[in-house]
Design a protein around this ligand. Structure first.
Ligand code: SF4
Length: 363
């Protein structure tokens, strides 16, 4: 059975190289070819000697997510539908190969940078009621290689038009802190200056509020920025929208945030999806101000994206008023209109949807 190398750390590649009788510097070369040069075939790793390339082609594998379809939006974003794991019915289907699944990532170019939103699980078990992904249920956790692979493939796909800066947001399908080890292994590769080489402020992990995961993340030397999906101004409201709140209520969640060791000039981001008539009144905004007092934070307001769920977007006036209350109380607050709405790429819309818009079918 070939050894999958995508997702392995420098240390793991060193152990693999040693198992082949190769010196540690060969592992560093393999690491560079995989993550810095984004080579997905050993034959293209021209920094390795030909004999080693041939051996690796026999003894190892590189399995990036396969692009099944891409859905370009009129705003320039592209939603990718990826297939991962062993192709169903293939000879390589075995207990050692993760089972086949489909996931999504979104590439969003803008103003000298690209932001790539990636998935950490196929589906999700958390069951936020405003989120289409929740309707899939949890299919399975992704491996580190499948998580980092989404970034590498999205960059390769857009190689000709890449801007100098890349941001990655772990806000696609899944709750990253419920797939902690694989997510953090992928984050370390993304942050490794000899790997993908992103800056720590350029990766944001978004959580529904898994408190033990937040506490674990607080212990990490190398970690992404943290965003909390708040979406409610009271426990009663949050219990109704996000059942996870019954396990980790607001007081417990916000205490974990207060204890979290922020870096100098670092802010927590609280995300707040504004649902018309549900959580968008000025009184909600005043309660949010009280809830997040003493947490160095900013609030991203995300007007609800119309979809098949029984919610309605907030009015432009209620969005403006909500933001005004926050800003008047000294809370930095920004309105984020989701991108890619026409191709179901927007926040809370990632649910393997087909789209009425034109898309590029690859196979
Ligand atoms: S919002 Fe995030 S955590 Fe909640 S169900 Fe959707 S994918 Fe899961």
């Amino acid at each position: 059975m070939p050894v999958e190398v995508l997702g392995k750390s420098t240390e793991e590649l060193r152990e693999f190289a040693a198992s082949l009788g190769e010196k540690p510097f060969r592992a560093a070369q393999l690491h560079h070819a995989l993550y810095a040069e984004r080579r997905f075939a050993f034959s293209e790793m021209t920094n390795l000697p030909a004999a080693l390339r041939e051996r690796l082609a026999k003894d190892a594998s590189i399995t990036p997510p396969r692009v099944l379809r891409k859905f370009p939006s009129v705003d320039g974003s592209i939603r990718y539908l990826f297939s991962i794991g062993a192709p169903a019915g293939s000879a390589s289907e075995s207990p050692a190969v993760p089972k086949p699944a489909q996931i999504e990532a979104v590439f969003m170019p803008r103003d000298g940078r690209q932001t790539i939103c990636i998935s950490t699980q196929a589906g999700c078990a958390v069951d936020c009621h405003f989120c289409l992904t929740a309707q899939l249920g949890l299919i399975r956790n992704l491996t580190a290689g499948e998580i980092v692979g989404q970034v590498l493939v999205a960059l390769e796909e857009n190689r000709e038009k890449l801007a100098p800066q890349t941001n990655v947001v772990l806000m696609g399908q899944g709750e990253p802190l419920l797939n902690y080890d694989a997510t953090m292994a992928a984050v370390r590769i993304l942050l490794d200056p000899k790997g993908v080489g992103l800056g720590p402020r350029h990766i944001t992990l978004s959580t529904s509020g898994i408190v033990p995961g937040i506490e674990r993340l607080a212990q990490e030397k190398i970690r992404p920025s943290l965003a909390i999906s708040l979406n409610a101004s009271s426990d009663e409201q949050r219990d109704a929208l996000m059942p996870i709140n019954r396990k980790y209520p607001l007081a417990v969640l916000l205490e974990a945030c207060r204890k979290f060791p922020l870096r100098p000039r670092e802010y927590f981001t609280f995300e707040y999806v504004l649902l018309g008539g549900v959580n968008d009144t000025p009184e909600d905004a005043r309660r949010v101000v009280r809830l997040i007092a003493n947490v160095r934070s900013k609030v991203n307001l995300i007007p609800w994206n119309p979809g098949s769920l029984p919610y309605r977007p907030p009015t432009p006036e209620s969005v403006e008023e909500f933001q005004r209350v926050l800003v008047d109380k000294g809370v930095p607050s920004f309105v984020r209109y989701s991108r890619g709405q026409d191709v179901f790429a927007a926040c809370g819309q990632l649910a393997l949807m087909e789209t009425p818009s034109p898309f590029v079918e690859l196979r």
